[in-house]
Design a protein around this ligand. Structure first.
Ligand code: COA
Length: 201
């Protein structure tokens, strides 16, 4: 049976998040479970505040447990789809089922909850993040009717800065206040590393 996670459940989900990250890679799941679960906690609280002030929930984490141990989870965020589309969507950030528990209906049960959540918040679509190289996972979603609509390409800002010849900002308004001294020093060194001139158009 699928359970809606509360803050108290988060600790037990750590190993599954780490397994998911190991499979997906850091480009898709950027940080370790401990940090992700801090963000999940923040999302749960923000969602709770939205409900308390009379709105819809904005976030939900669900999981399936066997013998009281989580064997699969899914994370759902309500997202706007940009100016071109008025209806919001439920974004399935991640669905992950324990490697030894697949093909017994857990993934399908988790996705049913995405539909329930979409109904609850009035979202018109359910979207899912899938690494393009994960063939089995893509096939699983395709069979449920998920079609690729856009390809989202991503590039690190530092790389684009070099490619496009955008000068770094070293002034006091740089948003480095949250960085540790080591991170700040690494960032400064990266910014000051000589780079190739951009190709002329
Ligand atoms: C994709 C994923 C979520 C599917 O979860 P799952 O629990 O295996 O999903 P289900 O069991 O509901 O369905 C999977 C398949 O098993 C089949 N199935 C379901 N119950 C079954 C059963 N009792 N017996 C046999 N087959 C069954 C389904 O029909 C489905 O077949 P299909 O893929 O041909 O459509 C899971 O494989 C997974 O977590 N993969 C890794 C995801 C990953 O890469 N994560 C990191 C990036 S985000």
């Amino acid at each position: 049976m699928v359970r809606v996670a509360t803050e108290d459940d988060l600790g037990s989900l750590g190993p599954l998040w780490d397994e998911c990250r190991a499979l997906a890679g850091a480009a898709v799941v950027a940080t370790r479970a401990a940090e992700i679960l801090d963000r999940v906690r923040d999302q749960l609280r923000a969602s709770q505040r939205a409900v308390e002030s009379g709105g819809h929930p904005t976030y939900r984490l669900v999981y399936v447990a066997a013998d009281d141990q989580p064997v699969g989870f899914a994370s759902f965020s309500v997202v706007e789809r940009g100016l071109a589309t008025p209806a919001s969507a439920v974004l399935v950030d991640v669905v992950h089922v324990d490697g030894g528990r697949r093909k017994s209906g857990v993934g399908t049960a988790l996705l049913r909850e995405a539909v329930v959540f979409a109904d609850e918040v009035g979202a018109g679509d359910v979207m899912v993040n899938v690494p393009p190289t994960a063939r089995d996972v893509n096939r699983f979603y395709a069979r449920l009717g998920f079609a690729p609509v856009v390809v989202r390409r991503t590039a690190p800002v530092g790389h684009l800065r070099r490619k496009l010849g955008v000068e770094p900002r070293l002034d006091a308004r740089d948003a480095t206040v949250d960085l540790t001294p080591v991170q700040r020093s690494l960032r400064r060194r990266a910014l000051l590393t000589p780079r190739r001139s951009p190709a002329r158009p």
